[in-house]
Design a binder for this molecule. Structure first.
Ligand SMILES: Cc1ncc(COP(=O)(O)O)c(C=O)c1O
Length: 369
């Protein structure tokens, strides 16, 4: 993939580019599991969040959002900044979105003020995955017409995701997680209903507007300069993922997630996610017992072993660290990661039981990939 990125940049208005454009746009549809359009922005995931909101909504529209963690907070802040009215449901940052709460709020919304329900599928700060099929079912049971907007930035290509089957209207994602690419591509997968909403959505937009994107994409082109070299890499990773087969990709992540959680439990540390049915298979957030500082532990592990762990985000800063287990990872890479954590816990004298690595290795050797 890195070699693919290093190819010479071609003319993005020329015929060779059109073939590349068509290939990656079609491959992405298979990964998002949609027959509708997927647009690609030269942006981070935050840009794709903005695109989802500005293309579907109008100033003052109400959006229902859930405070499942720091990324949900940031998306809420963006929605407020854009002039939307956000109904923000608090959670304890240890659970995903409760479909019963979605149902109750939508049933109570008799005037149909809520125009969209926006959910972070896999909350990267907490390591909690919401059951999206259940959220959609709750919306249908309430017979509510709101759009469903989903952030799949840290779930796409790591955890089962189905844009069409789950009736998602806009799926937001990015290149730097399950797609294993450098940062720099943002995606929106778009339903027919979202396209229809875009016709009357009045939030200001220009760079993020879907219409010129989709029109140009039909012939494999983009309305402005695309991130051509990242698209070379995208073509490569799509081929890798589709050759392996998405069910196998998800099973690989589930196995790494389970091995990691077994290590954490054997250390006798707490997993931030409270409900085993919502454990994330792309990231595990680990609680460091107070008064120990998770950032000091991370810094020690970085200095001693040159290994970078995810920091605690938002209100979890200093209290948690995160072990990413997504993308291009194999058994020994995960084992090395867990060894680094176990040694770091000892060096920093964080109270724990030894044997986390052993528990993970026992699982990895007993359960083949
Ligand atoms: C779930 C989730 N949403 C949104 C974002 C923001 O994406 P970006 O940093 O690419 O703008 C991230 C980044 O890690 C994320 O994990």
């Amino acid at each position: 993939m890195l070699r693919a990125l290093a190819q010479p940049t071609i003319d993005h208005r020329g015929p060779a580019f059109a073939a590349l454009g068509r290939e990656v746009l079609e491959g992405l549809q298979r990964v998002f599991r949609t027959s509708g359009p997927v647009v690609i922005y030269p942006s981070s995931g935050t840009g794709a969040w903005e695109a989802a909101l500005v293309n579907t909504l109008s100033p003052g529209d109400t959006v229902l959002m859930f405070e499942v963690g720091q990324f949900a907070v940031l998306w809420r802040d963006m929605a407020v900044g854009l002039g939307l009215n956000v109904e923000f449901v608090a959670t304890d940052w240890r659970h995903g979105v409760d479909p019963d709460v979605v149902h109750t709020i939508l049933v109570d919304d008799r005037d149909r003020k809520i125009k969209a329900v926006a959910v972070v599928h896999n909350e990267t700060s907490t390591g909690v995955t919401t059951n999206m099929a259940e959220v959609r079912r709750a919306m249908m049971a309430a017979n509510h017409p709101a759009l469903l907007l989903v952030d799949a930035i840290s779930s796409l290509a790591s955890i089962d995701y189905r844009h069409d089957d789950w009736g998602v209207d806009v799926t937001v994602s990015g290149s730097q997680k399950g797609l294993m690419l450098p940062p720099g591509l943002g995606f929106n997968a778009i339903s027919d209903k979202a396209l229809a909403a875009a016709d009357s959505a009045r939030l200001p937009k220009s760079y993020w507007a879907w219409e010129p994107m989709i029109r140009n994409n039909k012939s494999g082109f983009f309305p402005y300069t695309p991130a051509t070299n990242l698209l070379y890499g995208l073509r490569e990773v799509l081929e890798m993922l589709l050759d392996e087969g998405l069910p196998r990709v998800f099973a690989r992540h589930a196995r790494f997630g389970e091995a990691t959680r077994r290590a954490v439990r054997a250390w006798d540390l707490e997993i931030q996610a409270a409900n085993p049915e919502e454990y994330s298979n792309s990231v595990t957030t680990v609680v460091v017992p107070q008064p120990h500082d998770a950032d000091r532990l991370r810094q020690t592990i970085l200095e001693r072993f040159d290994m970078s762990l995810g920091m605690g985000l938002g209100k979890l800063k200093g209290r948690t660290f995160r072990i990413g287990h997504l993308g291009d990872l194999n058994d020994l890479m995960l084992a090395g990661t867990l060894c680094g954590v176990e040694m770091g816990l000892s060096i920093c004298r964080v109270p724990h039981n030894r044997g986390g690595v052993g528990a993970a290795l026992a699982y990895l050797s007993a359960v083949g990939d």
